[in-house]
Structures are given as C-alpha cells and as structure tokens.
Design a protein around this ligand. Structure first.
Ligand code: ADP
Ligand code: MG
Length: 680
C-alpha cells in the first residue's frame, strides 16, 4: 500500500484542484491517505427497529408504512413543512421534512419504507424530523465520512470506491503474521475494504479492531523510542531539595498530594541517572502551579535555570504574577517572555538568560523561538501539556543539556490509559483538592427550560457575577446551524439585552481571543458566549454560572473541563447542561456530571461508558491524532501494548525486514506531530 501514498488524490476521477484542496483539509493528499480516512460512523440500515424502541436510541433505522400525507404548510418566509403519518403496526409517528418536496412526493401511501434518523417522543406521540429515506430492502451499512466545506460524505464515498479498486492484489501488511495470529487480527486488505464498505456489522467490528490495534501498536512503538532516547542521556543532578524553605514562603499548607508530587520530582532530580521525565496530572484547581513552583525553586537553588512554558499569554502572565509574589523576598530572579513583550525588553531578557542572570523564565511558545538561549537550562516545565505537541516539548528540551522535564496536565485520565498514552513519562497524580473548595452544583435540563436559565443568568449578572455560555454549533429543528455569533446576537436583542455579551470562537485570531478573554477576566463583559475554545486554566473567580448547550455533544472529560471554569471564587457556582437527548446511555453519561465533581471518577466513568475513544479522540494529550483508536476498547489497548513490548524485545530498532511496514507507518504517524496547529 506504501506506493499509494505517492499517488496524488487528484489522480482520481471527479477530484479536481478544488476538491483536492478540501481533501487536503482532511489531511488527505494521496490515495493512500484517502484509504486511511475512515468513516466517522455508519448508517446501519440493516437492522430496522420499531418506533417505540427507536425513541430510546439515539439515531437508528425504523421500518414503517406511510398511512397518510398531510397538506404542506408554509412557515416563516419560504420554508415549507411536509408531514407524513407513518405506522409500524403498533405505534404511529409523525415524520417531518423541511423544503424537501422531492422526497415527500416520491413517498407513496400504504407502502413500507426505511426511515433513518432520531425518533423523539413527547408523552405518547412520536416524531421524526428530516430522516433519510430508502425503499424497504435497502438494508446495507453505509459509511459516513467526516466532511469539510462543500465536500460531502457521498463524494468521499465515490472517491473511496475508486481508491479501493486501486489496492494491489496483495496488500503489504505492516503487522507481521505471527502478531496477527496471536492477537486474532484480520489482514490489512480485509480491514481496509470492510472499514469502508462493510459486508456486515460484524465485519466492521473486525476491521475496527485490526486498524485500532495497528495504530495503537505504532503509537506505543514510537513512544518507546522517544523514551529510550531520553534514558540514554545523563542527568544534571541537584545537591539537595529546598522544599522546606519553599513551604515557608507559601500562604497556605500544601496538600498531601502536592507534597507527594514535589517529593517524587526532587527524588528524580537527586537520584536518577537520566533526566526526570514526569507528568503531573491533577484535576482543575488541585494546585499544580504550586508544585511547579516548588520544583523550580529547588532547581534554581541548585544553580539551574528553569523555563516554564504556558499555552497562552494570559496564563503565562498569571503564572508570572503568582510566582513573583511568592518569591518576592527571595533571591530568585524571574522574567516573563511572550510574543507581545516589546523588542527592547525581549533583547534584555534574552541577554540575561544567556548570561545566567535569570533563574526562572516564564513564557509562551516564544520560549522555543530559535534565538532564545540559556546559560544552564536545567528544568523545563510545560503547563497544560495537551496544548503542546511532542515536537514542541522536544524543541524546548533541545535548548538545554538534557534538562529535567515536568509536564502538567489538567485532564484527568484513568491511570491505565495514562500509562499508555504517556508511555514515555513517569506519573504523579494530584488526587486531592485544597481544603474549602465548593462543589459546583450541576443540573441537566432540556431545552424547554431555556427561558428559566436566562432568568437565572440575569439574576447572577445583577449581583455582579459573570457567566459563560458554551455553545457548539446549535442544531435547530430544520437542521440549520447557528453559530456562536448568531446565538449571542439573539440574546443581545432579546432576553439578555441588559447584559454585556462577548463572543469567543475558534475562527478568531489568537490575539483577538486573548483580547476577549482578558477583557472578560477584567470584568468588561457579563456573559461570554463561546464555542469550546474557552482558554484552559484561565482563572476568572467572579464567573459563577456555566451554561452548556447541547451538552450531549461533549465527552464527559470535556464537560468537566468546561465546568472547571466556574467555582474558582468564594461564591457558590452552578453548571447547567442543556440537552434534548433521550437515549438512556447519553442520559446516564450526563447524569454522572451531576453526581460528582471528581475528575478522576468522571474519567473512569467515561472510560467505562464510551471506551477510550474520548481520550484519544479529543487530542487532550499532544500526541499524534489517532484515527481508529477512538473506536477501540481497552482490550485492544493492552494487547497492542503487549505486542509493542514483544517487538521491541525482538528488534528494538525495527531494522528487520518484517518490521519495515511498521517502521514506515510509525514515521508517518509521528511526522504529523510537529505541526503548530495545536498552539492556535
Ligand atoms: P491548577 O491545578 O488548576 O493549575 P492552580 O495551581 O491554579 O490549580 O491553583 C488553584 C488555586 O488554589 C490557586 O489560587 C492556588 O493559590 C490555590 N492553592 C494551591 N494549592 C493550595 C493549597 N495547598 N491550599 C490552599 N490553596 C491552594
Ligand atoms: Mg493550572
């Protein structure tokens, strides 16, 4: 299959320059990459269910007979609504189409069809809005691809059919046969064909298992390689830890978990033959900054320089302020270096770094720019680690002579997973919050309560508090999408016209985002309507209400992160999740949020309910993007780990011919890590 990576996507018929560009946005430039663009999901038309059963599921296929067609009705402007009454022999349901005259007219009364979509129930009445329709007997499993711009799933499917035809007779399989046998994996050829155009739902399961295994195997081989390189470096040792002295500077007492984590870090720097390489994982508000400060203090007291890298200017500035305050009566010299530092000052800061006059420099990725040099860089700390890629970490590391590394992540990840995802790091967990933290009261409500929620917000704003409203693209009945901007505009013009409302979304330039965010932090707006880009880790203690629209769209860990934006001050805080889903699984998942504030418990539940997909899928870890692992389960995860160990034992360099395919794929996966996209 390797040669197909050299065949440009444009060589397929129906793919011109413009389409090729759209494919490029999906990371697909060659036919080989196209074959590795797996369906986001499938429309399973092969197992139609009854209407009542369907109302308990999220999206599914229903077989029903058209009883009656209602006369079309015009609503607002040029929108025409077409309604049908259908029956599955037991229950009736109303099916609604918007402006789909053609679909509506083709349907005949007294004939059975398959309807694919979401069935909602309001008491005894069932409805389905804008389903896809097919004749009875079209019971196949259809791939649904991730789309971009005007490139539709259907067009991708057409290109895919051609690509499959280009597969060679004998596809080279990167996984050697003995590993395939041992872990009961199908061959690459069968997997590729069935992930796209499955013969049955069992075939999809087999294909996913195989592809996920391959990807996880490659990931773990790559990580093992990164860490083995680091283990060969020799460490700059410290003479002693200065933790007691540090503690005397603090206005509070450390928690047991903080003390333990600091101890583990100083122990690493005292005794390991290779540099420390440690991940500090702690829930939001668990006090990671104090841990970092303690370790920096010890490093600085031992004559090392420290670089403390944060993903945004606001965060860097916040850290600089809190560390300056903490160290004000000590001999520690700090500086702040970010993109917006003035040129003359930048020069001075850089000079001081190279002369060893600064002990701790705090900054953004400006710290990895080429002309920043250190006299004796001994410790690199990266905050909110998932915002940086492996490659960026590596760039900063290369500025020192094998410095110690400490990365901090606010995404609680179950231990089993963390060990695999961060295979190259040792792990310290802050599983204890400082005393006196208030629980954020969390509620799950449906969209009909929106009016009451807006009143609730109004009340809090009147008290001088601030609110977040997170709104992923909001889908309305007629499936048009509402952007955060439109959403905010509506609030400004109606219920919340008295409030100062700002908008934050992913398409804004970084500087613009920072401006809005710091304005909000400074109290210049009452309400921030945002997509999911609300900056991680930013502290706005005055914000007490977090409203999350379409909460079911988010993974639990993501919801937990969002909730962590409130409950940071003295006032009682609230999180309100709005969702209209009815599926039992989705509801069960969301209710976990209402029952606990413990990020690790939530992560465990998420893992139990959804499998490891969320953790790999949401790129919370700065690793290469995994395509199939989202679909995999814990079993394939640990199997892949075992296989990776077997292979490394057999041939650490992967130099044997049978591992050539794996090596090739590993280099391909890790090549994608260097992109700067994660910093936007
Ligand atoms: P995070 O782990 O989310 O980065 P921070 O380091 O920002 O959390 O800490 C959150 C807040 O808790 C800060 O205001 C910090 O001063 C405070 N804090 C940290 N450790 C303790 C502690 N042991 N006792 C009391 N307050 C603490
Ligand atoms: Mg933090």
């Amino acid at each position: 299959m390797a040669s197909l990576y050299h065949q440009p996507i444009k060589s397929l018929s129906g793919v011109g320059t413009k389409k090729a560009e759209l494919f490029g946005k999906l990371g697909v430039n060659s036919v080989g990459e196209l074959l590795r663009l797996y369906p986001r999901t499938y429309e399973d038309w092969s197992n139609p269910v009854g209407i009542a059963r369907a109302s308990e599921l999220d999206v599914c296929c229903v077989r029903a007979c058209v009883e009656r067609k209602l006369p079309p009705a015009r609503i607002r402007g040029n929108m025409i609504v077409y309604k049908l009454l259908v029956c599955d022999g037991t229950d009736d349901m109303t099916v609604t189409f918007f402006n789909q005259k053609y679909v509506f007219e083709k349907l005949e009364t007294d004939k059975e069809y398959l309807f694919y979509g979401t069935v909602r129930s309001s008491g005894i009445h069932y409805t389905m809005s804008s389903p896809a329709v097919a004749d009875k007997g079209s019971d196949i499993i259809k791939p649904v691809y991730p789309q971009t711009g005007s490139l539709t799933s259907k067009q991708i499917e057409n290109a895919m059919k051609q690509a499959i035809r280009l597969l060679p007779e004998k596809v080279n399989d990167p996984i050697p046969p003995e590993i395939r046998d041992r872990f009961e994996l199908c061959g690459l050829d069968i997997a590729i064909r069935n992930i796209h155009f499955p013969e049955s739902s069992e075939a999809v399961v087999r294909a996913k298992k195989r592809l996920a295994f391959e990807e996880l195997l490659i990931l773990q081989l790559g990580l093992a390689r990164l860490s083995s390189g680091r283990h060969e470096d020799t460490a700059q040792h410290i003479e002693k830890a200065y933790t007691d002295e540090f503690v005397s500077l603090l206005p509070f007492e450390l928690t047991g978990a903080q003390t333990r984590a600091i101890g583990q870090c100083t122990e690493d720097m005292l005794t390991l033959s290779h540099p420390m390489n440690r991940l500090i994982q702690g829930d939001v508000g668990s006090g990671k900054t104090a841990v970092a400060a303690a370790v920096c203090y010890t490093a600085a007291k031992n004559g090392m320089q420290c670089a403390f890298m944060a993903p945004t200017e606001i965060l860097a500035a916040q850290h600089f302020e809190s560390l300056s305050e903490l160290f004000k009566n000590t001999d520690i010299r700090l500086s702040l270096l970010t993109g917006s530092t003035k040129a003359a000052q930048k020069r001075r800061i850089k000079d001081e770094l190279i002369l060893g006059m600064t002990d701790i420099v705090i900054g953004t990725h400006a710290l990895i720019s080429e002309d920043v040099e250190f006299a004796k860089l001994g410790l690199v700390v990266t905050d909110e680690q998932h915002r940086f890629g492996v490659a960026q970490r590596a760039a900063l590391i290369s500025k020192g002579n094998s410095p110690h590394i400490m990365v901090m992540s606010a995404t609680p990840i179950p231990r089993t997973l963390a060990l695999m995802i961060f295979g190259d790091l040792d792990l310290s967990v802050l599983d204890e919050l400082p005393p006196g933290r208030q629980k954020v009261d969390t509620y799950l409500v449906d969209g009909e309560k929106r009016g009451r929620i807006y009143n609730f917000i109004k009340k809090h704003v009147a008290l001088g508090r601030q609110c977040y409203i997170v709104c992923p693209l909001v889908e309305q009945n007629d499936s048009t999408l509402v952007s955060a901007e439109e959403y905010a505009e509506k609030l400004r013009n109606t219920v919340l016209s008295d409030c100062r409302i700002e908008v934050l979304h992913g398409k804004m330039k970084a500087a613009e985002k920072e401006r809005i965010m710091s304005g909000f932090a400074a109290g210049e707006a009452d309400i921030l309507v945002a997509t999911t880009v609300i900056e991680v880790g930013v502290n706005v203690p005055n914000a007490t209400v977090m409203v999350i629209e379409n909460a079911d769209r988010f993974g639990l860990s993501q919801l937990h992160q969002l909730r962590g934006r409130v409950g940071r001050g003295k006032e009682k805080s609230y999180c309100i999740m709005i969702s209209d889903v009815q599926g039992q699984n989705s509801l069960e998942r969301l209710r976990v949020m209402c029952s606990t504030n413990d990020g690790f418990k939530i992560a465990d539940e998420d893992l139990r309910l959804r499998g490891p997909g969320d953790f790999f899928g949401s790129r919370q870890h700065g690793l290469p993007e995994l395509k199939t692992a989202k679909l995999s389960d814990m079993v394939s995860l640990s199997d892949a780990g075992e296989a990776a160990r077997m292979i490394i034992e057999d041939d650490p360099e992967l130099s044997e011919k049978k591992y050539r395919g794996l090596k090739f794929e590993m280099e391909r996966l890790f090549a994608s890590v260097g992109s700067s996209e994660r910093l936007q």
